[in-house]
Design a protein around this ligand. Structure first.
Ligand code: SF4
Length: 247
């Protein structure tokens, strides 16, 4: 087997092993946290960029309470939208962006309805969404996976990305955007929407609850034996302990 193919199959085995271990820890299948139509999920996803869930949730509720539908949001003064979402990061950028993205959806789809994407293969549906300025891989995957479309797409957020980097599933210089295709390619091609959703959720939960940005809890980690970062940290700690005991 060529070396690159061997490396890919080894990574695929590792991705599967990590998935199984973390599923045992966090309890798969994981319940979907949203039950939104795809356009509402799009708005929610655009609000959530670099923003805590509680804040983006509050902003989403404020928009829903103020506007009868998303057409009304498009027609509203941008300053009013900005005021309603003031709690999220960069409301001055997100307000005009959300309006522009919704306008583009209406123009390209003929209405504010993305249900037609359900009939499309995932790569084509993602490409259609990502052709709209302001929609990147994470947002397109979130719309397909988290919304009522329930399509087999793999979103990657910053927690998921951090765990994937530390465990060596992706290289240290691979950004969140390109990580989407790499991480998806390591998982079985026939996995359904729930399995891919579970994969995203367990890696995200692991990043939130164990593999912290600062001071990951490697000693309590279920995938320590699969993780070069955790092993290096444990080795360094053991070395420090030895030096302390035998100066
Ligand atoms: S061993 Fe440490 S660095 Fe690796 S995934 Fe677990 S917590 Fe993160």
């Amino acid at each position: 087997m060529p070396e690159s193919t061997l490396a890919e199959s080894t990574l695929a085995e590792k991705a599967l092993a990590i998935h199984r271990r973390l599923c045992a820890v966090y309890g798969c299948p994981i319940a979907y946290f949203h039950d939104l139509d795809p356009v509402s999920e799009l708005v929610s996803s655009l609000l959530s960029h670099r923003t805590r869930n509680a804040e983006s949730g509050r902003a989403f509720k404020a928009l829903r309470a103020r506007f009868d539908d998303w057409e009304a949001l498009i027609a509203a003064p941008t300053g009013e939208v900005q005021d309603l979402i003031a709690g999220v990061t960069w409301p001055e950028l997100k307000a005009p962006r959300i309006q522009a993205v919704l306008r583009a959806v209406r123009e390209r789809a003929g209405s504010l309805d993305l249900a037609f994407l359900r009939e499309w293969p995932v790569p084509e549906a993602r490409a259609w969404l990502e052709a709209i300025p302001g929609i990147g891989p994470k947002t397109s995957a979130a719309v397909l996976s988290f919304s009522r479309l329930r399509m087999p797409a793999l979103p990657v957020d910053s927690h998921h990305h951090r765990v994937a980097q530390r465990t060596g599933l992706i290289g240290p210089k691979v950004d969140v955007g390109p990580a989407h295709a790499i991480l998806r390619s390591q998982l079985p091609p026939d996995w359904d929407a729930q399995a891919l959703y579970d994969n995203h959720e367990v890696l995200m939960l692991h990043g939130q609850r164990c593999c912290f940005h600062r001071n990951p809890a490697c000693g309590a980690c279920a995938v320590l034996d699969l993780c070069p970062t955790g092993q290096a940290r444990s080795g360094a700690r053991a070395m420090r302990d030895t030096v302390a005991l035998h100066p």
